[in-house]
Design a binder for this molecule. Structure first.
Ligand SMILES: NC(=O)c1ccc[n+]([C@@H]2O[C@H](COP(=O)([O-])OP(=O)(O)OC[C@H]3O[C@@H](n4cnc5c(N)ncnc54)[C@H](OP(=O)(O)O)[C@@H]3O)[C@@H](O)[C@H]2O)c1
Length: 180
């Protein structure tokens, strides 16, 4: 059972430009049409929790990008559009309770996506594993991956690899006190 982050960020720690654009991710050189390990990662995932803003971005893609049940965190959206109602569900409230509920539904390995969403889960110390791919660009401004948290969270670097001689993908595991 674990909650996972799998995300790309700029050298200066942004996951999107201020207007939400991720064009700097779609222009990564990729002659072999590599998915950079995403399909290997998603195989172990049972469900995905995304923030409302990531959900709105996903709706703009020509095709629904997720092949796992999706739970959309929002206090504002009233309903999910008809065409994806079988694939996505609205949730809100206490994050610990949300995770407990998903575990009862046998969704044990959960992918958490969206900047504010990841930050909220980190604040609640609910992130166990993070795969962060650093793209060699300084955006200068944008939507941050991390924000302020009132305590330190220690992670262990499990593995790091250079992809396409271009970006660095690093795999971190949370170390809690009783695991030291
Ligand atoms: N670089 C990448 O790999 C990557 C990956 C994913 C997303 N992105 C980009 O990141 C941007 C979205 O990230 P974001 O940080 O702006 O927003 P986000 O985390 O996707 O969504 C934030 C929204 O989630 C809802 N929410 C409800 N409860 C929450 C809680 N406890 N904690 C946090 N959010 C909660 C709120 O919606 P309500 O206001 O409706 O209550 C909040 O405004 C998009 O541009 C997307 O394309 C990039």
């Amino acid at each position: 059972m674990a909650n996972h982050v799998y995300i790309a960020c700029s050298l200066d720690g942004f996951i999107a430009k201020p207007n939400g654009s991720i064009d700097w991710l779609t222009s990564i050189p990729n002659e072999k049409d590599d998915d950079w390990g995403y399909s290997r990662f998603i195989k172990k995932i049972d469900a995905i929790i995304i923030g409302r803003k990531t959900f709105e971005t996903a709706l703009l893609f020509g095709e629904w990008p997720y092949n796992r049940p999706v739970f959309v965190l929002s206090n504002n959206i009233k309903q999910i559009p008809d065409f994806i109602r079988s694939k996505a569900e609205l949730i809100n409230g206490d994050l610990h309770k949300i995770i407990d509920l998903l575990h009862i539904k046998k969704f044990n390995n959960i992918y958490i996506d969206g900047g504010q969403t990841i930050q909220s889960f980190l604040k609640a110390d609910l992130i166990d594993e993070m795969i962060i791919t650093t793209i060699p660009i300084i955006l200068g401004n944008g939507i941050p991956l991390f924000g302020s948290i009132d305590k330190e969270l220690e992670f262990k670097l499990v593995n790091s690899e250079v992809l396409n001689n271009y970006m660095v993908k690093s795999y971190y595991k949370r170390i809690r006190n009783n695991q030291k």
